[in-house]
Design a binder for this molecule. Sequence first.
Ligand code: ADP
Ligand code: MG
Length: 336
Amino acid sequence: MKRRTFITLLAASSVAACARPVHPTIRGLTMGTSYVVELAAPMEDAARTRLAELIDAELAAINRAMSTYDPRSELSQFNGRQDLQWVPASQGLLEVLNSASLISTASQGAFDVTVGPLVDLWGFGPEYRPRRVPDDAVIERVRKSVGYQHLQADPSAGAIRKRDSRIQVDLCAIAKGYGVDRVAMILDRQGVHDYLVEIGGELRARGTTAAGRPWRVGIERPVEGRHVVGEIVALGNQGSATSGTTEDVVEQDGRHYSHIIDPKTARPVEHPAMAASVIADTTMEADAWATALIVLGPERGYSLAQARGLAAMLVTASGSTFDVRVTDAFRAHLLG
Ligand code: ADP
Ligand code: MG
């Protein structure tokens, strides 16, 4: 999934030369990437181990529900169905599909979790495919099985269904965000009040660092193959996510194809190297919107984010300079 992250966790103290981590951390692997939980307060080893077990169990449960890389997952089973029946779904899957549907409508279809068949066709899915540009005729055929309107989630009935048997759901653009929110919820329940959670670049902060300051993160520039930190943002009790067109690309005949698909064209987004960062109440929303803004592109994405009062930053690379657009709601988070 995530080939590189678009954030850099900054040392919370200015004593950057300190060899030991400033905060106690819990680390692990999940969703094809890594996670880090930074805690502001010291914690006994035994308590930290117990917390790590709870976090790993929760992340494993999310994978069992939502991974398209596990053929036995709840989502893979649902994808395999050929019928249009309502089927009972787990709480987490319902919650994510319901949010996905709202964000699809709000983003005018830019965010669409039914892009699964196109993700596979372009070689970004779980199955290995030789990465090459598909024929137009094949693209036209496959795009017929895409459309968020063909997927229904009814949280009150606890059920989901296909309205077109061909659709295939891919939650890679939202599941990491949801995972971050769930880890944050575990920490809250365990009485931990100052933390920063990160899964593959998607974040959620609460409280302050050990020094009593807001958590700060560096957002990387959309530069291929290198890590270049641009803006630095402060996070309150919020989530943030960044998506970009430079992190996982197919290259053919000198053209670069990103892993984010525009559902309207059935092709990878075509604008210049770009990154979109969103700060929201939940990381799940931030994650989905960051992907949606990439699809919409710098102009339309910025206009929609501004109109909706979203905290968003869109960075476009042109040569060695960067065009940075920051919505009013995002500006307050900028540190430098
Ligand atoms: P990453 O997973 O690399 O952090 P994103 O959150 O932007 O980046 O998710 C990109 C992934 O989401 C793609 O690899 C693909 O599986 C899926 N995807 C691609 N295009 C869309 C889209 N328009 N809407 C929803 N999901 C998408
Ligand atoms: Mg996303």
